[in-house]
Design a protein around this ligand. Sequence first.
Ligand code: SF4
Ligand code: SF4
Length: 493
Amino acid sequence: MFDPRNQLNPGKIATPAADIPLLKIDQVPTRGQTDRKIPVQVWENYQEAVHCNGNGLCYNWNPNDAMCPSWKATRERTHSPKGRASLMREWLKQLSDRGINPLDESQKVKHASFVLGLPGRISNTLKKRRGEYDFSHQVNESMQACLACKSCVGQCPIKVDVPEFRAKFLELYYGRYLRPVKDYFVGSLETLLPWLAKAPWLYNTLMKPQWVQKLMARYVGMVDSPLLTGISLHQAAKKLSIPYASLETIAKLSADEKSRAVILVQDAFTSYFETQVVIDILTALKKLNFVPLLAPFKPNGKALHVHGFLNAFAKAADVNATYLNGLASAKIPMIGVDPAMTLTYRFEYKKILGDTAPQVLLIQEWLAKQSVHLQQFSSKIKADEFTLLAHCTEKTNALSSIKEWQQIFSALGNKLSVVETGCCGMSGTFGHEAANLETSKTIFALSWQKIVQNPANANRLTATGYSCRSQVKRFEKRELPHPLQILLRQLSE
Ligand code: SF4
Ligand code: SF4
């Protein structure tokens, strides 16, 4: 029997039983007929979902390709970019069938009082627990399994952007239902960290015990939460004579110093959970005869965007952009440490701020342009061979930036190979969410684990992403250096 489950163009080519009629080609409803029910204005505002043409390129099976880790880990079509785009179109259609405009709803959610909306959210959540049907729950289930890694954005030929429409969906979904506690924990982390870092011993003492980790997993929904390093970046920068970036400190630089100056824009994860990486990057830049300045920490807001706190994200982006744009008037390049956090400035920020989004480069995008300057140090180091494990968001959305690391290493006489990898399975805080732990482990085992465990790679690997390094640390108990930490080691030998 050809097509016994009636899966291939159901009813169009063959039917599994004689009593199921074969439809004429023009009797089968087309996608356009249902999509047309979505109002034009809504269509335009959700174009990152509705333009999926269904070509299926995102059903990628190569474990060493970044495209859609959630699809690879589950093999469930609803956990692929195409599946998520289809669910969104159906959701938008169902909303329009009920006369609900998601754009108006988004405005209402943004301006609603948290407290006054609580009774409605509690009531809806109780109905959900009683099993009352809402198609949104199916959409939510699919969105929760998305890592927001942005590989679809870079690799889909139509640029279907799941993290963008996922954030819009979550904003509306949690306007009607109660949010899990973990969302508030993750969303507020960037704001809380500078305060927690004032007494790192207190935070670490509270978080370290096994029984606290168990309570966190059960009641907050977070596992293996990282501990604060307890290292003061402020003190370390002072010791290195690296000033905070401000128009006043920049004005004190000589013309020569200004020509070698670069501003390092902090992100919460590396500054508080991997402080030594930031210090080593600053030290390496000094040893390479640049003049680094440190931008005071301001929340970037990426975690808020990922979880659909779009109003709070817009506010954080506005404050941060105003500050960074003020510094930009000094015409000194700005670079960010973590690729995913840095690329937020050119994607998520750009979507809401347009041309006023601050220009923050990936380290390698700036450093590769200094190749001639770097070459003078090549005779001072013992060249070697290394292997780069790049971050998914970076290699799929800033393609040339991987080659730029190779140019930098080559300018210093080193050889840097790039190993093809899939996702590491961490992606921000995805892997730290208790509900995602098994998926995160599965994704890590698909690609990264074998590469990290390969004895031929011992002491050669370097990783650009904070998430990737922390995933290797928790599953393999190994610390992979950032590429600039390797160069610092060479410059210090
Ligand atoms: S690759 Fe993009 S356009 Fe093609 S099916 Fe997947 S999401 Fe849709
Ligand atoms: S963001 Fe990543 S996990 Fe989510 S749909 Fe896109 S590729 Fe898949």
